[in-house]
Design a protein. Structure first.
Length: 573
């Protein structure tokens, strides 16, 4: 973790920021220390076979849950050694027990308990310290912490053996699970950060920064900035650690699946909670090969960020989708097999004092709303450790980012459509073409009071799902049939062209106000030319080739999404 304050020069801020190199278990039992600009390393162990990537996660959000949670639940025994710092192991343990143990007890809700055992002096060289600690590890030690001089630190979650726990469960077995902590500045925040890496928590940076501090531009996460205003008014990494993204708490097993709301469709209101209260702790909005996570951030003793940053924070999460070997090779900086990015990805400038007094871009403050992947999220007021959130999602799961989503919502709310996959009707199929039978149903539901008399008895609609709608359509005079001049058939499963749709709407709404005209280049002499010109003059169509819109495409099929737009413009007001 690169830690800095305005009063520290840029060169001094790089004190002891190191990186461990990645080697296989077979090559060496203890990874060697090397210089670098990152503070987390993931050594690779023996990978046996492949598994279903998300098999052990009931929500299917993350891969390798079993490996990630190897040390996150229950007691975590950690040896504490001094590695060159001017302090004692007992003094460091006293600090860790006073501040770090309750920090993790709060965020894990008592599910994770680090126990620190003072072990003495391991030397002054990181490589030698790690070897000494391994050779003299406590019998049940699952990891080690080393107290270094200077600031910053580096850590590892230990050997990764694919998506299942490694057999090296103990530090004495060479699991390489340890953290080096600079003791001279913000020791407790450094400890929380590096222990986070030991629990498979990755950085959560924007990706929009450059330079040695590029992975530390998220002020609100202990894993990527932890910035605040010190008592003397200076700015930078805060001495008391903040919390972390909700997805990290879920990965650790500190949020249960039934405490997660996965948004699919429809509207819902929830109370997001922190602390020990029962309720929803995380909202997930799926978006193709990634998803968005919403988590409550409410200031508390163990999340002491500036008041201006309270609200609901939003992260974009991309999970490794390859084999275990690919995930480890490609995502060496992602110890939890996932990339977490603030959304929107706007870097925080720790040196700008004004940014500590304003809401963070990736946090929705109380009283504000934001659209995320086609879903509107409205944040209400904070009441203790609860924050009200209203989520307005489209009625159908396949229309969120569609160009006609608003028209489709109007169609659904008006009772004109029920969906395209009965009986669930969870989808609308916006890009599917409209059949003549469906058109009859749309118009019947939209205009049930239209005067009707003397239905035509078509020969091809008997027993059809839309028979009643077709009979109504013929009784109103909107349709004459599909086989002129006899017109004994309706052809209910035949697709509706845009020209036919113009004729249907003109016959259904002959008194609709019109003004002006649009001269399309492709309807001259067409059988439905007058209907098309009427449709344009009524403002129901704009054309088929934006932005020019000088063509109507009269012979192209009408899609269900476009039909929603036509009806909304005609009837929605």
């Amino acid at each position: 973790m690169k830690l800095r304050r305005l009063l520290i020069s840029a060169s001094a801020a790089l004190l002891m920021v190191l990186q461990m190199s990645m080697v296989s278990a077979a090559a060496s039992d203890v990874p060697t220390v090397a210089g670098g600009d990152d503070d987390v390393f993931v050594p690779i162990g023996e990978i046996q076979g492949e598994l279903d990537l998300a098999a052990s996660d009931p929500l299917g959000l993350l891969v390798g849950i079993d490996a990630i949670r190897q040390h996150t639940l229950g007691v975590d025994n950690l040896d504490v050694w001094v590695c060159g710092a001017n302090t004692t192991a007992q003094s460091a343990v006293t600090q860790l027990e006073a501040d770090i143990a309750p920090y993790f007890e709060f965020h894990s809700r008592g599910r994770y308990e680090p126990r620190f055992r003072p072990r003495g002096n391991a030397g002054g060289d990181p490589n030698g310290c790690a070897q000494h600690a391994r050779d003299n590890a406590s019998p049940n030690a699952e990891g080690a912490l080393f107290i270094m001089p200077g600031a910053g630190g580096f850590a590892s979650p230990g050997f990764v053996c694919g998506f299942v726990p490694c057999p090296q469960a103990r530090y004495g077995q060479g699991n390489a699970r340890h953290g080096f902590l600079g003791h001279s500045s913000v020791f407790i925040s450094t400890a929380a950060h590096e222990m986070g890496h030991m629990l498979h928590w990755p950085h959560s940076y924007t990706g929009a920064s450059s330079g040695p501090f590029a992975e530390y531009d998220n002020a609100l996460d202990v894993m990527s900035g932890n910035y605040g205003v010190w008592g003397d008014g200076s700015l930078g990494s805060f001495p008391d650690p903040y919390g972390t993204a909700a997805i990290n708490l879920y990965a650790a097993g500190w949020i249960d699946p039934d405490e997660v709301l996965v948004v699919d469709r429809g509207d819902v209101s929830v109370q997001l909670v922190t602390g020990n209260s029962d309720g929803i702790r995380m909202v997930v909005i799926p978006a193709g090969n990634r998803f968005y996570v919403l988590g409550p951030r409410i200031r508390s003793t163990y999340d002491p960020f500036p008041n201006a940053w309270r609200g609901v924070e939003v992260y974009e999460v991309e999970v490794c989708s390859g084999s275990a070997q690919q995930c480890i090779n490609d995502d060496a900086k992602m110890p939890g097999f996932r990339r977490i990015k603030p959304h929107p990805a706007v870097p925080f400038d720790y040196s700008n004092g004004n940014e500590y007094q304003e809401p963070l871009p990736h946090v929705i403050p109380p009283g504000k709303s934001r659209s995320i992947a086609g879903i509107t999220v409205r944040v209400g007021q904070i009441d203790g450790n609860r924050i009200a959130v209203t989520i307005d999602a489209p009625t159908f799961s396949d229309t969120r980012n569609h160009v006609f989503v608003d028209d489709i919502e109007w169609l659904a709310n008006s009772g004109i459509t029920k969906g395209c996959n009965p009986p669930a009707n969870s989808r609308f199929c916006p890009d599917a073409p409209v059949t003549r039978g469906q058109m009859a149903a749309f118009l019947h539901r939209a205009l049930p009071d239209l005067r009707a008399s003397g239905a035509t008895d078509f020969s091809d609609d008997n027993g059809h799902v839309f028979e009643a709608d077709i009979r109504w359509l013929s009784a109103t005079g909107i349709t004459k049939g599909c086989n002129p001049p006899a017109n004994t058939r309706f052809c209910p499963d035949q697709l509706v062209t845009r020209g036919q749709m113009a004729a249907f709407l003109r016959r259904a709404l002959p008194h609709l106000r019109t003004s002006g005209s649009v001269e399309f280049t492709d309807d001259n002499g067409h059988v439905f030319e007058e209907d098309i010109e009427w449709l344009a003059a009524a403002g129901i169509t704009r054309g088929c080739n934006p932005p020019a819109n000088d063509r109507f495409c009269p012979n192209a099929p009408v899609t269900r999404g476009a039909m929603a737009a036509f009806l909304n413009r005609a009837l929605g007001g």
